[in-house]
Design a binder for this molecule. Structure first.
Ligand SMILES: Cc1cc2nc3c(=O)[nH]c(=O)nc-3n(C[C@H](O)[C@H](O)[C@H](O)COP(=O)(O)OP(=O)(O)OC[C@H]3O[C@@H](n4cnc5c(N)ncnc54)[C@H](O)[C@@H]3O)c2cc1C
Length: 103
């Protein structure tokens, strides 16, 4: 749905929907998704985002290291139009044969 939760504060959830920030009043928040970063990748000397995901190209090659392929939740992958691949099983399943073909 192209919506990210940016911040949860007392009585408020701040979301970002398609680049626009919106503050929603909230009495109760039940968080059922994963919320931890990928920690160990932050220690690697590769380019990564704030969540620790390694930056990969649309062809799934690690930024600056074209002989290394990254995919799945571990990687931030954007297509050639800049759309970010979601950290979902479906996306990972699609990336796997793509990586195999590209290798
Ligand atoms: C609560 C929850 C619900 C979800 N629901 C959905 C859903 O309904 N639909 C959907 O599409 N997606 C869902 N997802 C997301 C989906 O699980 C992930 O996008 C998908 O599993 C990513 O696959 P992956 O192979 O990249 O990573 P993972 O499935 O996490 O596999 C990574 C593997 O690497 C192993 N590993 C980690 N570090 C090391 C290391 N140093 N050495 C060796 N092995 C290592 C891990 O143990 C793990 O087995 C959900 C995720 C969560 C947390």
């Amino acid at each position: 749905m192209n919506t990210n939760i940016e911040t949860i504060k007392s009585g408020t959830v701040i979301i970002n929907h398609q680049g626009k920030t919106k503050e929603l009043p909230m009495d109760l928040v039940l968080w059922t998704g994963e919320n931890h970063s990928i920690r160990w990748t932050k220690d690697l000397k590769f380019q990564h985002n704030q969540q620790g995901q390694l930056i990969g190209s649309p062809t799934l090659q690690l930024a600056g290291y074209p002989n290394v392929f990254v995919l799945g939740d571990l990687a931030e992958i954007r297509d050639i139009e800049g759309n970010r691949s979601p950290a979902k099983a479906q996306a990972t399943f699609q990336q796997a044969p793509c990586a195999a073909r590209n290798i």
